[in-house]
Design a binder for this molecule. Structure first.
Ligand code: URP
Ligand code: ZN
Ligand code: ZN
Length: 461
């Protein structure tokens, strides 16, 4: 189809100007001050409102077998939710258990997405073990377009790897030129502290934080960076939550380690008191690393504005409050870890970042779209509005005022961690490769049109 967006206030990570955008088929064909509508084109007047490149969530779990259960969304509900909030590309963590080969895991996650995904998607391949079969399998998966790995230093005996496996993974990643994303927490410390807290009768969700204090995360970051420095691999710390872990990453960067950092919208807006709510309510806010003391939020906002933290993701991991979180009713270590956020990341980041004066609109685009595209090899197809790029566009309604509520969400989970929070602005129209898929908060796209993005090199890194 042909789509012309007129009078757009185009906001890229490094530029802002007013023009018309002509989309032909999947791509942006032309950008000019005035473009005459071609015959048969749909014309949308942006009326001077901001138009952003489609937002990218670099860390999601749509399909996640985890802690004895499965995350609640499937690719249809999860990607509809993403799109409603302006996210047009997601990265999903492929997380095969230790008993499953990486090849089987990759195929399983592909099957979950095919025919259901409504937005484009890519994978980080979870390297959850490293044996004699792994190098050949990993090479094959990288060649198939998955140019990044994921490793867990936490989750002992499940998804976590040992030090030799970490070394082998980073060594191979360096050779192949792929980024290794990493969950950084020291699993031995966690197990010891969990046992100590349970023995002292601390069984509720509020104990989760104390089982994984900032030092546990900082140690994980230090551990990863030591291995990255010695192998020369590029690493990306996922869901960094606190000043101690940030200082550790920045110290490593200063001595030459190639380390990039992601934080989450949850850590920017929620703090550990949410997980201390009375009764079992706090279980809604149990995730790892845990929500932190509120003083960390200013540190993370400042680090984003200063370019020290590269991305804001969600680590979307939805588990129902009524039926799944209670698996840990009498033992906080059994509460499925995760806080859903895929639908609300962008509107909350706009409201609390741009509207609150913490980020410029250009910085907002950088941390919510462009930087992820560059780090993971999607740029300049994604993450920028320019001729030749995919026509993934978000026409923004800055005048919209609303309140977040689970009652209206697309996410297939029975609560919303941001319930009752006000948002100031939302997508008016969202397009994926030239097709409008959301209008005024309603999905109007085609289920299954989302494409697996085969990545080649991390061109912009
Ligand atoms: O608590 C979390 N973060 N759950 C999802 C799995 C992970 O560690 O990313
Ligand atoms: Zn994690
Ligand atoms: Zn995750």
């Amino acid at each position: 189809m042909t789509l012309l967006i007129t009078n757009a206030d185009i906001v890229n990570a490094d530029s802002r100007y007013t023009a018309d955008i002509l989309c032909e088929g999947d791509s942006i064909a032309r950008i000019d001050r005035r473009i005459t509508p071609p015959a048969g084109a749909e014309v949308i007047d942006a009326a001077g409102r901001p138009v952003f490149p489609g937002f990218i969530d670099p860390h999601t779990h749509i399909y996640l077998p985890f802690m004895g259960t499965f995350s609640k969304d499937d690719y249809e509900t999860g990607t509809k939710a993403a799109l409603a909030g302006g996210t047009t590309t997601i990265f999903e963590m492929v997380c095969p258990g230790r008993e499953m080969s990486h090849t089987e895991g990759f195929a399983l996650w592909q099957r979950q997405a095919e025919g259901k995904a409504c937005c484009d998607y890519s994978f980080h391949l979870g390297v959850t073990h490293f044996d004699e079969h792994s190098p050949a399998q990993l090479r094959e998966i990288v060649a198939a377009g998955v140019q990044s790995f994921k490793i867990f230093l936490a989750y002992k005996g499940a998804l976590g790897v040992d030090d030799l496996e970490l070394w082998e993974t980073l060594t191979l990643a360096k050779e192949l030129g792929v980024v290794v994303t990493a969950h950084c927490e020291n699993e031995t410390l966690i197990a010891a502290m969990q046992a100590k807290l349970l023995a002292a009768g601390r069984t509720g969700p509020e104990a989760h934080h104390d089982s994984r204090p900032p030092a546990v995360e900082a140690e994980g970051v230090h551990h990863l960076c030591a291995f990255a420095g010695l192998t020369g691999a590029t690493v990306y710390v996922v869901h960094l939550s606190c000043r101690e872990a940030l200082r550790t990453a920045l110290a490593a960067r200063e001595r030459g380690v190639k380390v990039l950092v992601e934080t989450l919208i949850q850590y920017l807006l929620l703090d550990k008191t949410w997980a201390e709510r009375p009764g079992f309510e706090g279980a809604k806010y149990v995730m790892s690393p845990p929500l932190r003391d509120a003083s960390n939020q200013a540190v993370l906002w400042n680090a984003l504005a200063a370019g020290l933290v590269q991305t804001v993701a969600t680590d979307h991991a939805p588990f129902d409050f009524a039926t799944q979180k209670p698996m840990g009713k009498d033992d906080f270590t059994k509460i499925p870890n995760g806080i859903p956020a895929i639908e609300d990341r962008v509107t909350l980041l706009w409201t609390h970042g741009v509207k609150a004066g913490r980020l410029t609109p250009e910085q907002f685009v950088a941390v919510a779209s462009t930087n992820a595209a560059k780090i993971f090899g999607l740029w300049p197809k994604k993450g920028v509005i320019q001729p030749g790029a995919d026509a993934d566009l978000v026409i923004w309604d800055p005048d919209y005022r609303g309140t977040i509520t689970a009652a209206k969400q697309h996410q297939a989970v029975d609560y919303n961690a941001f319930e009752g929070m006000a948002i100031e602005g939302r997508p008016a129209v969202v397009t994926v490769r030239g097709e409008p898929v959301v209008r005024d908060g309603k999905f109007c796209g085609t289920v299954g049109r989302g494409r697996f993005l085969k990545r080649s090199t991390a061109a912009g890194r």
